[in-house]
Design a protein around this ligand. Structure first.
Ligand SMILES: C[S@@+](CC[C@H](N)C(=O)[O-])C[C@H]1O[C@@H](n2cnc3c(N)ncnc32)[C@H](O)[C@@H]1O
Length: 265
């Protein structure tokens, strides 16, 4: 592993290790992104035990977005407790395989336990960094990810790595937080706001620019706006002085998006 952890990696890793140990849900302390039934179709989640399906730290539904087919090889960037990997495993079936990568050992342990519990034999979890993926080049049909790339301090490297491991013609289908305009400076400087999936979010046009720079084509970013209560809940856990900046700026700027892109054949 050549990626050395930065202070942002350490803060994010500690944040999510703590979250999974206390089993609090989502990016913030409680339902910051959404409740599970708002993120995924109810019948999709019903295929898993409720304690597995409710352990989500995501901000969208990359499974529906990815439209996975039997036999495909899927890579989940920042797999957390494994929910999207287990849903993907059902879609690709016994002929397919799913690899989850996450830097937080506590997440890997929980994901492995969840996979064992539901007898998912076509899923494996690897500890590693998105910026230095422990995955061979040109081997993956579909990359999924749920509320993770915004957390990386080096998103350009994440896209370089994603492009490397995708097979020609492969698809990226990601739910992530992006912004429409700049965030207030105090928010951008807050490590807790970074760990809470806000401060690290970049403008959609810059996100697209980074993907284009490494070779992705047919890039699409479709917004799924949060309501005020959801953003309030996310911000509640962040060590920010709410009087220091206009909260309205955040409501306007931050949103979850459905993002797709392709590696040319
Ligand atoms: C917001 S949680 C999302 C987890 C999962 N995708 C879900 O929807 O429940 C972010 C996850 O990404 C992992 N993560 C964040 N930055 C990472 C990086 N640079 N490399 C590897 N894993 C990372 C964290 O450890 C955490 O498990």
């Amino acid at each position: 592993m050549t990626q050395s952890p930065t202070p942002i990696h350490e803060t994010v890793r500690e944040h999510y290790a703590e979250r999974i140990k206390s089993s609090a849900s989502c990016c913030g302390p409680s339902d910051c992104c959404s409740t599970e039934s708002k993120l995924y179709p109810v019948d999709l989640l019903a295929t898993l035990p409720s304690d597995v399906s409710s352990t989500s730290y995501g901000c969208g539904d990359p499974i529906t977005l990815a439209a996975l087919k039997p036999g495909e090889t899927v890579l989940d960037l920042g797999s957390g407790a494994g929910l999207d990997c287990l849903l993907a495993a059902q879609k690709v079936g016994p002929e397919g395989r799913v690899i989850g990568v996450d830097m937080t050992p506590e997440m890997i342990e929980r994901a492995q336990a969840n996979a064992k519990r539901v007898n998912a034999a076509n899923v494996e979890f690897r500890q590693g960094y998105l910026e230095d993926l422990p995955v061979d080049s040109n081997t993956v049909n579909v990359i999924i990810s749920n509320c993770v790339i915004n957390l990386s301090p080096d998103k350009a490297k994440v896209f370089t790595e994603a492009f490397r491991v995708l097979a020609p013609g492969g698809k990226l289908a990601v739910s992530d937080i992006v912004t429409d305009g700049p965030l207030p400076e105090p928010v951008k400087q807050s490590l807790s706001a970074w760990a809470g999936c806000v401060a690290g979010a970049v403008e959609a046009k810059d996100y697209i620019g980074m993907m284009e720079a490494v070779g992705f084509t047919d890039i699409s970013i479709k917004p799924v706006f949060f309501d005020k209560e959801t953003v309030d809940s996310a911000l509640a856990d962040m060590e920010l002085d709410v009087n220091e900046y206009p909260r309205e700026d955040i409501y306007k700027a931050v949103y979850s998006a459905k993002i797709t892109a392709y590696k040319p054949v």
